[in-house]
Design a protein around this ligand. Structure first.
Ligand SMILES: [Fe+2]
Length: 284
């Protein structure tokens, strides 16, 4: 089973570039085209929050959700989404629930997808205000009950906010505030069928071990934040290429994390004559 992830799309469809320079529509189009070139295609794509850009006018945000659905419906497989701090639950539900990409009922936008060999549980970590993550007693209780109900089914948890610090000063200062992060880690520690946790929010790839499992933050679709461990480094974005995280699950191999840089990197090995020449040179 292959799980793919798209994160922090920040779509804005009125032609105003993000941060004055970033074309979020072109970035989404490139990311979807990239997933569509994958062989075999993923079984599911998890869209981990910040689907649209919050500081656009409300009408633009609603149009952006509709455009996002139109674009993501071109993926070769099912996709589901959870909200990030930029998202509006009601607007998101209105655009995404008809296609089954979020639950239709009122309340938090969470998922429990257990029809796959790897069960996928999506958490809504959006706080009532501010950019920080928040898992309240209701959401934590929901997670614990779901995990307790099927203790033998290997599970991957996905949410927007990383419940871990990245070690990058300005990222942790601005982005690593998460009420309930230690409770989430304790729940994972109590339910050993959890094999991993994936998130977004920090606009950089970062991985660590959390409560004994892989915890991974994804690159963002339109732009990345800079990697600078200096304590006084300012918050800044860079034009690094995006990448699509892929998580392969098998009963014998467990969970393996991969990353596929978005872009066209030439003909596919080994069908290309130049690649065959390289093989011969290397003695392969
Ligand atoms: Fe974001």
């Amino acid at each position: 089973m292959i799980v793919s992830q798209l994160s922090d799309i920040h779509l804005r469809v009125d032609g105003v570039p993000l941060k004055d320079v970033i074309d979020s529509e072109a970035a989404l189009k490139a990311a979807v085209a990239h997933v569509n070139r994958m062989t075999p295609p993923p079984d599911i794509v998890l869209v981990t929050g910040d689907l649209v850009q919050r500081d656009s006018p409300e009408a633009v945000r609603r149009r952006s959700y509709a455009a996002l659905v139109d674009r993501l419906d071109r993926l070769p497989c099912r996709w589901v989404a959870i909200p990030g701090n930029h998202d509006d639950r009601d607007a998101m539900r209105e655009a995404l629930a008809p296609g089954g990409h979020v639950p239709a009922h009122e309340g938090f936008l969470q998922h429990d997808l257990d029809a796959h060999p790897l069960r996928l549980i999506g958490l809504d970590s959006k706080a009532d205000d501010g950019n920080q993550g928040h898992l309240c007693a209701e959401r934590l209780g929901w997670l614990e009950a779901r995990l307790a109900a099927r203790p033998d089914h290997p599970t991957l948890i996905f949410l927007h906010h990383p419940p871990f610090a990245t070690g990058v000063g300005y990222l942790d200062q601005h982005y690593h505030r998460f009420k309930g992060a230690s409770d989430l880690a304790a729940i994972i520690g109590r339910h050993r069928q959890v094999r991993g946790l994936i998130c977004g929010h920090v606009h950089r790839a970062a991985q660590c071990c959390l409560a004994g499992v892989l915890a991974s933050a994804a690159p963002a679709v339109p732009f990345q934040m800079s990697l600078d461990f200096s304590p006084a480094a300012p918050s800044s974005l860079v034009r690094e290429p995006s990448a699509v995280p892929l998580f392969r699950w098998s009963d014998d191999g467990g969970l393996i994390a991969h990353s596929s840089p978005v872009g066209d990197f030439g003909p596919r090995y080994p069908n290309d004559a130049a690649a065959r020449r390289i093989m011969l040179t290397l003695g392969a």
